[in-house]
Write a protein that binds this ligand. Structure first.
Ligand SMILES: Cc1ncc(COP(=O)(O)O)c(C=O)c1O
Length: 445
């Protein structure tokens, strides 16, 4: 029994198991007890303010407590909170499917809703697999994925995850897919620069795809930014080469834009911006601007038609909260905000400000990298050597950030910034200046 007079944080420590958290750390630095949030700021009970520079795990686009998103939610709430989505449909979902198809590249015609990013990926993997079965290509059962790739943490998604930290302990039960060495621009083995190279590092992927095309159902990739790997960024030419290989070898291309879509790179979708045509497009995170869980897997009429007709062909992936009407209503309003008043154009000066302010990291060992509104600084020792993980450099930078009103969550020693898109240029300067101060405080300690 927990004594009744214990504080909420003590009760949290006793009762709650947080994701991706070493709870022993919470004994010395408890989680922030956030009571309210507005714009890009979180407020704790004492009224202390923290800049949410990672947009609450990369989901928030328009700031917390946005009047139009609040209103879209409450208007829908007055009509209906939830209904099942098999045998029933509703206007918010129909509108959303329509908008997603209209705004995404030509050829993505059908929208399958679910409720989180990992599931959007599971759906794409399962659809691809079943498609090949329906076509009588029963040997096409594997997926190529990048070492360093991340697509969620359910067992299916983990089986195409290329990061040991997430998969190693579960390795024995994961399906046998095909890991491929991907781009590593900071430590390019070809000695090239991402701004000018021709993705020479596509070579291993080209070989893996052509050697295994008979058994490969598809390839899954995070376009342009490998988020969980430490915001590793690579040029679009890699994706152009991937598309051409997949098309000629008959392999599905699954774009996981869960982290990068909806303005993060400066455009609505990476595939749209670079004229790419994935077979499947997985979306989530920003789709409701961080209000409610929702995800979508888009695909073509060609894929859809393989499931059409006989009852036995149906695609079975049912979730209780698929296409939740509240979430769809907020997503519709999010898309309106993204597409009205040239919103994406208003990001350009912010993107320039990030670039300019990022120059201050030149004096430290590491790499400042940026694509659109996503930026990161990878801290290293001389010769690009990593710090020992025992030192927990990133964690100490996080602690320094808390003292200075910045809520960061470094990935190892990569300090990254994915703020809500509404951040101002002045706030961008504060964000990067303060992070720089935190890094100096830790490195000079
Ligand atoms: C690229 C990518 N795919 C999939 C996911 C999984 O999404 P979720 O956490 O909603 O399951 C994430 C989450 O960080 C992601 O960044």
């Amino acid at each position: 029994m927990i004594p009744e007079n214990k504080s909420d944080l003590v009760r949290d420590l006793h009762r709650v198991w947080h994701p991706c958290s070493q709870h022993k750390d919470y004994e010395t630095t408890p989680p922030l007890l956030v009571e309210r949030a507005k714009g890009i700021y979180l407020f704790d009970r004492q009224g202390n303010r923290y800049m949410d520079v990672i947009a609450s795990w990369w989901v928030n686009l328009f700031g917390h407590n946005h009047p139009r998103l609040n209103s879209a939610l409450t208007q829908q709430l007055k009509k209906m909170a939830h209904v099942m989505f098999a045998g029933i449909t509703h206007q918010p979902a129909i509108d959303l499917a329509d908008s997603l198809v209209r705004l995404s590249p030509v050829g993505l015609d059908k929208v399958f809703f679910s409720d989180n990013g990992s599931t959007a990926v599971e759906v794409a993997l399962k659809m691809s697999l079943q498609y090949w079965q329906e076509k009588g290509e029963n040997q096409k059962i594997r997926y190529a994925y990048l070492k360093g790739g991340y697509h969620g943490e359910t067992l299916g998604a983990l089986s195409v995850c290329g990061l040991d930290i997430f998969r190693k302990k579960f390795e024995k039960v994961l399906a046998d897919h095909l890991p491929v060495q991907g781009p590593d621009c900071f430590r390019c083995p070809y000695g090239l620069q991402r701004e000018t190279c021709n993705a020479e590092c596509f070579e291993p992927m080209e070989k893996a795809l052509s050697d295994n095309s008979d058994t490969l159902a598809g390839v899954i990739i995070e376009p342009l930014v490998q988020g969980a790997a430490g915001m590793k960024m690579y040029p679009p030419v890699y994706l152009i080469k991937l598309q051409s290989a997949c098309e000629s070898l008959g392999i599905h291309m699954i774009f996981d834009e869960i982290a990068v879509a909806f303005g993060r790179t400066g455009s609505l979708f990476v595939c749209g911006e670079h004229d790419l045509r994935p077979t499947f497009l997985c979306l989530s995170k920003g789709i409701t601007s961080g209000y409610l869980p929702l995800a979508a897997t888009l695909t073509s009429d060609e894929i859809y038609s393989a499931f059409y007709g006989k009852h036995q062909k149906l695609f079975i992936h049912s979730h209780s909260y698929s296409a939740n009407p509240l979430a769809c209503a907020v997503a519709n309003e999010t898309l309106s905000l993204l597409t009205e008043n040239q919103f994406l154009n208003t990001l350009q000066p912010k993107i320039a400000a990030l670039k300019e302010c990022g120059k201050q990291f030149d004096g430290l060992n590491g790499e400042f990298r940026q694509i659109g509104m996503i930026s990161a600084f990878e801290l290293v020792k001389k010769n690009k050597e990593c710090f020992s993980s025992e030192k927990r450099v990133g964690y100490h930078i996080f602690l320094e950030g808390l003292k200075r009103g910045l809520f960061m969550r470094p990935l190892g020693d990569v300090v990254y910034f994915i703020p809500p898109l509404i951040i101002t240029e002045a706030e961008i300067a504060t964000m990067l200046n303060t992070a720089h101060e935190c890094m100096n405080a830790v490195l000079n300690h």
